[in-house]
Design a protein around this ligand. Structure first.
Ligand SMILES: [Fe+2]
Ligand SMILES: [Fe+2]
Length: 393
């Protein structure tokens, strides 16, 4: 059996951005890697005042969850004391004795390699995949250094990719200044903004208190999705004159009960008389909405009835939906991490323009879909559709 080829991306990831992701994907292609591990540092000795490890971890999880063959790894994060590449690679060799290791670096890092702890012993442990960096690529010193290290046993492969012109420090400055950050995945931007990282002021002050519980209760995919929905809900709320704080709060918590087993949802629903609807009680896809609203109130301490209602009706809709209800309902469908579905492009186009038209498109799309599997639209969705058509168009 051919040896597994594992790529390693080390770094602080403060925060992780498209440049890191582009490096990983390009390295994967160049060296036919089977997978790439992202290993965030714990608390590096030379960087003080750094963003807490758990925040950097959650942003990394959200940024990579939808990428195939890319896995965040906590090995360095949980290691006490100073993090050296020598220790990382030695541990990885022990963990994956049959694999070939490829350490992905920028060309600027290659120039620093000679300053690494036990660097001569690092050389035989991996092949370096060198990504071009602005200002260093093609430089004579770089070539000379690569030649010198190769003579000492180093193995280097150049990664073919566009030059990366983005850095975490630049992104931190942009965030602090309230500027756009197109090279930051929207879920990462949303997390940083909700947590008030990098000099931002959180629009949802209690988000920082909720985040550990939410992260623990949700799968990585669901967590990233919730950040995506919060991101889209804020944008849609601004478009349609809805309170962005309410929209973002409801969106962040809308799926807080989604990852519980159906039995647990049913137990909560029955004990608290949340619904009598048998169809809802039999389906995780529907029941997590009323249970989520209950949890938002009882576990997360949300008291605003409008926010709770938006969570409660986010799966089916209802007659008499408010603009806030529609914003959360639609943000759930159009968030940036949604895998493509037939109506997605149309929904993304309609939602910022007209909430009722986007709702009609969404509910009619659902109707088509359930009809194909021999079912009817849920009565509450039917009522929502009829009510919107009669009253809002
Ligand atoms: Fe949901
Ligand atoms: Fe959702």
């Amino acid at each position: 059996m051919p040896k597994e080829r594992i790529g390693i991306m080390g770094g602080t990831f403060n925060p992780v951005h498209q440049g890191h992701i582009a490096m990983a994907l390009a390295a994967m292609k160049t060296a036919s890697l089977d997978r790439v591990l992202f290993l965030p540092d714990g608390q590096p000795p030379h960087k003080t005042g750094i963003t807490p490890a758990e925040d950097r971890w959650r942003m990394l999880v959200a940024a990579t969850v939808n990428l195939k063959h890319v896995e965040p790894c906590r090995m360095e994060l949980d290691r006490a004391g100073t993090t050296y590449t020598f220790d990382t690679l030695t541990s990885l060799r022990e963990q994956f004795p049959k694999a070939d290791l490829y350490y992905i670096i920028g060309a600027d890092t290659l120039m620093q390699l000679k300053n690494w702890y036990r660097w001569q012993e690092v050389l035989p442990l991996c092949t370096f995949l060198v990504c071009p960096r602005v200002g260093t690529d093609g430089a004579a010193e770089l070539q000379a250094e690569r030649k010198r290290l190769t003579a000492l046993g180093g193995r280097f492969t150049s990664v073919t990719m566009e030059l990366i012109n983005v850095s975490s420090s630049e992104i931190r400055e942009q965030l602090a200044a309230g500027l756009d950050t197109p090279r930051l995945p929207p879920q990462v931007r949303e997390y940083a903004s909700l947590m008030g990282l990098y000099g931002m002021v959180s629009a949802v002050p209690r988000a920082a208190e909720w985040m550990p519980r939410l992260f623990a209760d949700l799968s990585a995919k669901r967590f990233a999705h919730s950040l995506g929905v919060a991101h889209s809900a804020r944008a849609l709320a601004r478009n349609h004159g809805v309170d962005p704080l309410k929209a973002e709060t409801a969106a962040l918590l809308h799926d807080c009960a989604k990852c519980f087993p159906l039995k647990e949802l049913q137990q909560i629903a029955q004990e608290n008389h949340l619904t009598e609807d048998r169809v809802v009680l039999a389906s995780n896809a529907l029941l997590h909405a009323p249970v989520g609203a209950w949890m938002a109130e009882r576990v997360y301490g949300v008291t605003d009835p409008e926010i709770l209602e938006a969570i409660r009706v986010h799966t089916t809709g209802k007659a008499g939906m408010t603009p806030l209800d529609m914003v959360v309902f639609l943000a759930d469908k159009v968030e940036p991490g949604r895998p493509a579905f037939p109506l997605l492009a149309r929904m993304r186009m309609l939602a910022p323009l007209s909430l009722p038209r986007a709702m009609i498109a969404s509910l009619e799309g659902t109707e088509e879909y359930v009809k194909d599997s021999g079912k009817d639209l849920h009565p509450q969705s039917r009522e929502a559709l009829d009510w919107i058509k009669a009253n809002l168009t």
